[in-house]
Design a protein around this ligand. Sequence first.
Ligand code: FAD
Length: 331
Amino acid sequence: MVLSLNIGSTGPTDEKQNKVWDVIIVGGGPAGVSGALYTARGNLDTLVLYRAEADGALGITSNIENYPGVPGPISGYELLKLMRKQAKTFGAEFEKATVIGANLKGDIKEIYTEDGRVYKGKTVLIATGALERSSKIPGEDKFLGRGVSYCAICDAHFYQGKPVIVVGDSEYALEEAELLSRFASKVTMVVPIKRVKAPSEMVRQMEAKDNVEILLGRRPLEIVGKSSVEGLKVKCPSGDERVIPSEGVFVFLGGSKPSVDWLRGQVELNEKGGVKVNPETMETSVPGVFAAGDVLGHRYKQAVIAAAQGVIAALNIDKFLNNRKDVQIQW
Ligand SMILES: Cc1cc2nc3c(=O)[nH]c(=O)nc-3n(C[C@H](O)[C@H](O)[C@H](O)COP(=O)(O)OP(=O)(O)OC[C@H]3O[C@@H](n4cnc5c(N)ncnc54)[C@H](O)[C@@H]3O)c2cc1C
């Protein structure tokens, strides 16, 4: 496997930006992909944007054995690949992109990505799951913009020839670390748990780089410095605490909060901090914008439930776009 980053806007990426899609789905987990399967099969032009291949709650799960029809045990990522392959056979298109903002008002919705791309759609399905963090590393707020960053592509060039730290355990964090390794003198990846939740081939490729070190089982305790970042204090597996010197700390940790930050208050949220929907239709407070899966913040966090909600959303997107009196069931 080759580490690939979707930087810049070339070739097919530009074509994808130059059109107005019937449906843009943000999130490539079971909710987003099941929705895509139905919208694409219903002849709607469908684009799925997702942050990393083995990402999201299903993407990082090592064993699934309760997804109907797939006896398993199978890794969540393998199951996802099957779902994506099926959606693609009906014409759904996929693009790797980290979404950081959107303009959902109006008839044509715009979706903005970290690397400056803009996608336009008549409808949007929000399916970004619930892996956002609820707590921060001490010092994170204090040094934000003074050494703390959440975006390699935005800030990597500031660290040309300097040491940086990446904190995270996901494929997404690994990809960001890879980008930083092209600029920084050294990238130390601080992984709080005992493994990186990414395909092992990808981890090996990163470990083989001269200027990359991956430290497993190091709990970040505090980002330290005077006026700007000077290092990260971590707790080692031995229990010892040490400061890893660095001029930048890039944080890509996950949690269990609905991933709604990128929406910046454009749709109403519910009391759980998830996207508020009409449970009959999955429509949000904004016409033409739907949501499904863990991003709703509900208690039923299961792949099959996320998939089913994605399908309900898809059928209602079709109803919305085609001004139908009722949903048209696919047989
Ligand atoms: C450890 C663990 C074990 C589990 N075991 C099971 C199990 O055995 N059986 C079961 O049924 N369920 C299990 N679940 C729950 C199940 O994985 C989730 O309920 C399900 O994956 C939710 O699907 P989703 O599509 O809503 O979100 P996710 O699967 O989390 O997918 C979210 C998608 O959004 C994308 N995304 C997020 N933010 C952005 C952004 N800013 N820009 C672009 N893309 C973005 C991600 O890349 C990802 O593609 C488990 C979950 C975990 C964490």
